[in-house]
Design a protein around this ligand. Sequence first.
Ligand code: ADP
Ligand code: MG
Length: 344
Amino acid sequence: MRPDQESAPAIELRGLRKTFGEVEAVAGVDLEVPDGEFFSLLGPSGSGKTTLLRMIAGFELPTSGQVLLSGADVTRRPPYDRDVNTVFQDYALFPHLSVLGNVEYGLKVKGVGKKERRERAGQALESVRLTGFGDRRPGQLSGGQRQRVALARALVNRPKVLLLDEPLGALDRALRLEMQVELKQLQRDVGITFVLVTHDQDEALTMSDRVAVVRAGKIEQIAGPAELYERPSTDFVAGFVGVTNLLSGEVASTILGSADTVSIRPEKIRIGRVSDPAESGEATADGTVLETIYLGASTRYVVDLDAGGQLVAQRQNEGDPSGIDRGDRVRLRWHRTHALSSTS
Ligand code: ADP
Ligand code: MG
């Protein structure tokens, strides 16, 4: 490695674009992902996430722009000539090969000797906690175990960068939550740069050091999970990352004294009796409960405001019943600093 490459980001994208006929799947992306980061591309279906990932991996040639890995321009290099591995949603394991055979496969193709193959495959299986499963076939494994084999198969190549396209999409919810924690731990242990594609905001926020929110082929905002949630730079980000309330126009004027659009997270809004006085620095809005939605750990209240429009408030269920039901008159209160201005 040349000295100037040591400080180069693991991934750098410059003005990256990809069109399919009329469709502009990726519409000009500039991005740097530093070495060792857990980075996520979060966006709705069809926003261009997979196309972006495939261009980093080399499966797709950009219409224009450049892909650099550790400072080297790899834009025209084929996938096998990039220090990158991809884990796909469907795992794509070989059903007729054992777990060990699957994990070893890439090394075998590269001509790595048997002894070293066994050793590295064993380490990869250990890192995904599948030691002892080497002789099984994929068909004899659970969904979560198959997912871990797919990870081991990618890790065995010791790539500098691991790309993951909706890797937990095929798992049920409980397993997905478990794997989210495991994936993050694994990434910390192996120290490889991870780029995760997902449409699931919880997944992105739970695991990532930074998240890029993708919309229509462009990156709308890049930030750490907390900043993305607390300070979304656009209404789209505010709406896509977590539930949010938007107030604008006349309703905002009546309640806040300005027609500018603001967003307020439901958990920042306190719900109480109309007789509750506002504390200093608080804004209030009175209304009628339209709907209560029980979510287990918390309850969400949809409130029809007297000023027009609706706000959603969320309250932790701490054991004491709130005593607030559909049709009740309520006062919503929030600290004015929690009403965030954003732009569309
Ligand atoms: P995402 O992964 O965010 O769901 P994709 O990158 O798969 O989005 O797709 C982005 C856009 O590009 C979509 O409109 C999709 O239909 C289009 N697209 C992706 N791949 C192709 C292709 N091979 N041929 C034509 N259109 C494509
Ligand atoms: Mg996709």
